[in-house]
Write a protein that binds this ligand. Structure first.
Ligand code: HEM
Length: 564
């Protein structure tokens, strides 16, 4: 009798197991890829627990411990190939760029957070829609188009600097955390470039800017490759406490929708208003142009205005591009700039870095502070500043595991190993950027590594100095904008300020990105808060800049804000 019950129970368990796996509730594990070493892990969980926090460091450790440069891990049901060394990343990402040009579709992000398929370009799987979106953003952010934004970048950076000077004066304190300041600058620029919308950061819209920064930052955390999204890898978790789990994601989506709709409505209204004004002008012969601010006159160049009238895109594709423009560089650009300010503020190495940078910058502009101030947005012609930027991007590696890739064809490595179509690849950008076969003393911050003996920026045939913007077909589309923003802001910060350490030692920047990472489970490195002390480098020039901005830009800016 007992044995009948046992057999019957076994059959029931097997049937239940079969049924649950068929609906994806239990283990439906990807099979091991042949000839690629596997890192030993636990039954059922695989390597999940080892990779929840600072995964790039774990991958680096495995690379050293097992001597494999490319290996596979298993996170729950999914196999992931991790690529670690500079050479292998370059080979896989650039030489096989048409085979690894997609992104994995993940349950939480693509099916829960991004209802209505509204996700950024960086998370869009390969296909016709992706191609249309990528082409549009690439042409908006290419050198030629960005050149047209020089005047805007000049104005916005001047106004941002003026705001900083005013804040320092009104707080009667020369110590500050610059992260928000850089985020505001990027946000104001990208919102205008996207929608022709000028955020009023001095008055009513500071809260709106803070809301955008907070929501976008929280979404980045939800998007972490593994740790916060275990339900992507363990389907059964999707059914446990699902209401609560997705509440936060849904709330963020709704909050995001509010400002995205606000900006879009604004541009559509402005375009209609413009048509109406043009008709009126034709009828009455009045010229409205003189009463318009710089921002009104140039709003036609915005991405939305341009693509609403030359529509090759669907409306949801246009929204997806807008989302990318608002969110993609907001943290990345600001965090890199802030990290460099931390390097500058360091009591030992910081002063010599700054002196060299200021001298080299002035040399490019006939040793004239004003020339350097007024022309920094036109050409990024100071090699040393460019080297500083690339070293910051390399050393800090804000996205240490980059963005995941998904293979659309088989990739054959060394004529023997096949990475099959449909495999997820992670780039260990941290390891590639700190690979001592490519970068000598990789854990030293040394901008000179990017300069040749004559002090010129080392040219790299493929423009690949590091992997901080990714590589290959899905490389960052905003890299030129990010470089330009960083260049202008670094020049202006250095011309205005000597950047020093704060009084309190505990508020000094920690320069090892891994030691200061506030969120080791997130996909981006975000250092803990630190302060820098700012002192006018050249007090006469400092006063002059303040007067110049008041006289030349503030009137126009106020006109725009009054007309809003
Ligand atoms: C310092 C600032 C930035 C860093 C470090 C950065 C980094 C990255 C990285 C690592 C990727 C993934 C690349 C790959 O898979 O190979 C990426 C993708 C992307 N980035 Fe950036 N980014 C920055 C700024 C920006 C800005 C300012 C924009 C636009 C306004 C932008 C737009 C994009 C887009 C559209 C993609 C997706 C490309 C694709 O999937 O084809 N990024 N970025």
């Amino acid at each position: 009798m007992v044995w009948i019950t046992v057999v019957f129970s076994c059959i029931l368990v097997i049937m239940l197991w079969h049924f649950l796996s068929s609906i994806g509730l239990v283990f439906n594990q990807d099979s091991e890829i042949k000839n690629i070493p596997s890192i030993p892990g636990l039954p059922f969980f695989g390597n999940t627990f080892d990779t929840l926090s600072n995964p790039h460091l774990k991958y680096q450790e495995w690379c050293q411990r097992y001597g494999y440069d490319i290996f596979q891990v298993r996170i729950g049901t999914k196999r992931i190939v991790i690529v670690n060394s500079y050479d292998s990343i370059q080979k896989l990402w650039t030489e096989n760029c048409s085979s690894n040009n997609s992104r994995p579709v993940l349950y939480t992000f693509h099916k829960v957070l991004s209802k209505n398929a509204l996700y950024t370009i960086g998370t869009t799987p390969f296909g016709q829609s992706f191609k249309r979106k990528k082409k549009t953003i690439a042409s908006h952010l290419n050198y030629k188009n960005l050149y047209g934004y020089n005047e805007l970048i000049q104005r916005e950076s001047d106004l941002a600097m003026y705001r900083l000077m005013k804040d320092l004066a009104s707080n009667h304190c020369n110590e500050t955390d610059l992260l928000k300041f850089f985020q505001y600058f990027h946000l104001q620029l990208s919102v205008y470039m996207t929608y022709g919308y000028q955020l009023d950061l001095d008055h009513s819209e500071k809260e709106l800017a803070d809301e955008i920064i907070e929501v976008e930052n929280s979404i980045i955390k939800i998007r972490s490759h593994t740790s916060s999204n275990l339900q992507d890898y363990f389907p059964i978790l999707r059914y446990i406490n699902s209401q609560n789990k997705y509440k936060k994601a849904n709330l963020l989506r709704e909050r995001r929708q509010v400002y995205m709709d606000k900006f879009m409505r604004f541009t559509i209204n402005q375009m209609e208003q413009k048509k109406f004004n043009e008709k009126r002008q034709m009828k009455c012969g009045t010229n409205m142009r003189n009463q318009q601010s710089f921002y009104d006159r140039n709003m036609d160049t915005s991405l939305v205005a341009h693509n609403l009238t030359n529509a090759k895109l669907s409306f949801s594709e246009l929204q997806s591009i807008c989302l990318t423009m608002v969110s993609a560089g907001l943290d990345n650009t600001a965090l890199n700039l802030n990290y460099l300010m931390g390097q500058f503020s360091h009591p030992i190495k910081g002063p010599s870095l700054q002196t060299k940078a200021v001298n080299e910058l002035l040399k490019c502009h006939g040793n004239d502070y004003w020339e350097a101030w007024c022309h920094s947005e036109e050409e990024s012609n100071c090699n040393y500043i460019m080297a500083l930027i690339h070293e910051t991007l390399r050393y800090f590696t804000v996205l240490p595991t980059s963005l995941p890739r998904y293979t659309t064809r088989d990739i054959v490595l060394n004529n023997s190993v096949v990475i099959p179509q449909g495999t997820t690849l992670f780039m260990n950008a941290w390891n590639g950027n700190h690979d001592d076969k490519k970068f000598s003393h990789p854990m030293e911050f040394d901008p000179e590594r990017y300069l040749d003996q004559e002090g010129k920026l080392i040219s790299n045939e493929k423009g690949l100095f590091h992997f901080s913007f990714g590589a290959g077909a899905r490389m960052c589309s905003g890299s030129k904008l990010a470089l330009k923003e960083m260049y202008v802001i670094i020049c202006k910060m250095l011309l205005l300020f000597e950047i020093g350490p704060p009084k309190a030692e505990e508020m000094l920047a920690e320069l090892d990105p891994n030691k200061s990472n506030k969120f080791p489970t997130s996909s981006a490195i975000e250092p803990r808060k630190f302060l820098v002390a700012l002192k006018p480098r050249n007090p006469l020039f400092y006063q002059g800049v303040s007067r110049h901005i008041q006289q030349t830009l503030l009137e126009d800016y106020k006109l725009k804000m009054q007309n809003k």
